[in-house]
Design a protein around this ligand. Structure first.
Ligand code: IMP
Length: 438
């Protein structure tokens, strides 16, 4: 199995969890390269459903080494809690390796995340308030505290003192919220340091040596292309490089080590938080009416579109193939895994956005200006559906109804990468592999 990046092609929640779960067992190392516990996906362990937020999916397989790469931001309290929950369910975390260069989310990062959102008011990003953005801000400003700083109490204290000298006045004078003492933070974080120390490692060396000895790596992207700090719908993005390029940066492995890039694409689109979403079918509570509201509500209900981390109802809409094409370019996708195709079995006809229109101009690619995307009207191709046909039992492409096959061919031709996996129900075996070397 070639070293592979798995990446979301839309705004997250494409069903990466299932696809990761399906293929992770084939890899020797499963590595998270960006984001933090803003991510969330559910894995099934025996009869129990477990939510992974920070832990790489490889933890579910005894032979695999789960690695948290340097590009991840770690809330140590959240990680310790997640490890304890996994261990309580019989999932061993003993193989975990944590990069010493990963940055640590501090309590004030979470406070600042919430306070910033409040100040933005109706322009808020809709963050998960896990402190992700403020932690990456400190990293870029070269003021961050890293995992390696936890290894030495004296250094950690010094870093916390320096950080608080800057953060406390901001917390107090700008946002009018509580401040921290060094002792308070030491008291909370030192026990985390003790628990996490055995897992800390030089992961760049570890992964490169693994590659040299013929092992393979699965790079597990969190969030998605359109939430990427550079390539997404800025500023309505997360603060990391979610795209496939982030895998090299966030682990210290050269880009040539990546042989396969699988983009996870949901057969329709969802988004949580604010920001442009041209194919959105507004819910009635957001001003949607008639067919639009019906489609939005149906996608949400049938697709169970509620956040794993926040429980929020996700915004829903038709597949945006312009974004799909962009994701193929930005990530260099070699394969697409199309998920939740069964949700579309509810519709007479199925719309796919193939261009946008704004002020009389047609856009066949993502427009240069975000303001255009905000106001763009989608141009749809309307394809015949397969309403009422239960496709959840299909295990080959040929077993799918003809209109479903045509829909898949249409999408892959348009975006320019082959759809080699098709998910037709949540269960692991409800997947069609199409010309895919497993
Ligand atoms: P942050 O990552 O908490 O800073 O949030 C920034 C944006 O990314 C918000 O719109 C979030 O809703 C979105 N976001 C962050 N993590 C995820 C995810 O795992 N799935 C979908 N959206 C996410």
């Amino acid at each position: 199995m070639a070293s592979t990046v798995l990446v979301g092609t839309q705004w997250g929640d494409e069903g990466k969890g299932k696809i990761t779960d399906l293929i992770a067992s084939k890899y020797d190392y499963v590595v998270r390269y960006q984001g933090g516990n803003n991510a969330g996906h559910t894995v099934v362990h025996g009869n129990t459903k477990l939510a992974l937020h920070l832990m790489p999916s490889g933890v579910m397989y005894e032979h695999a080494v789960p690695v948290i790469g340097n590009g991840v931001v770690i809330d140590p309290g959240a990680l310790v809690k997640e490890m304890a929950l996994l261990e309580a369910e019989g999932v061993s975390c003993k193989n975990l390796k944590i990069s010493c260069n990963a940055h640590i989310i501090m309590p004030y990062h979470k406070d600042l995340d919430g306070a910033d959102e409040k100040v933005l008011g109706k322009n808020s990003i809709g963050t998960t308030k896990r402190g992700i953005g403020p932690c990456y801000q400190d990293k870029a400003a070269r003021k961050g505290i890293r995992v390696q700083d936890l290894m030495d109490e004296k250094i950690f204290r010094l870093k916390v003192e320096t950080a608080l000298a800057q953060k406390n006045p901001i917390l107090e004078k700008i946002y009018g919220i509580h401040t921290y003492t060094v002792d308070e933070i030491m008291e909370e974080y030192l026990p985390y340091a003790t628990i996490l120390k055995p897992y800390m490692a030089e992961t760049t060396q570890l992964l490169n040596e693994a590659l040299r000895s013929g092992k393979n790596i699965l790079f597990e992207g969190a969030q998605a292309t359109m939430l990427d700090i550079d390539h997404g719908t800025y500023p309505y993005v997360t603060s990391s490089s979610c795209g496939s390029g982030g895998a090299a940066i966030g682990t210290g492995v050269g880009p040539m080590a990546i042989e396969k890039v699988i983009g996870i694409m949901k057969a329709y689109t969802t988004r949580v938080g604010g920001g442009p979403f041209p194919t959105e079918q507004l819910f009635p509570e957001n001003g949607g009416e008639g067919e639009m509201a019906q489609v939005g509500e149906k996608l949400c209900a049938v697709g169970h579109e509620y956040g794993v981390t926040t429980g929020r109802k996700r915004r829903c809409g038709w597949l945006d193939a312009v974004i799909g094409k962009y994701a193929v370019d930005v990530n260099g996708l070699t394969d697409i895994a199309l998920t939740k195709l069964d949700v579309l079995s509810e519709f007479d006809t199925i719309k796919v956005c193939v261009a946008y229109e704004h002020e009389g101009k047609r856009y066949d690619y993502l427009p240069m200006q975000q303001s255009v995307l905000f106001h763009a009207k989608p141009v749809y191709e309307e394809l015949p559906g397969w309403k009422g046909v239960d496709i959840t039992g299909c295990r080959t492409f040929e077993e799918l109804p003809e209109n479903a096959q045509n829909y898949i061919r249409f999408v892959e031709d348009f975006v320019g990468a082959p759809i080699t996996m098709i998910s037709v129900a949540p269960e692991r075996d409800c997947t069609i592999f199409r010309g895919w070397d497993r």
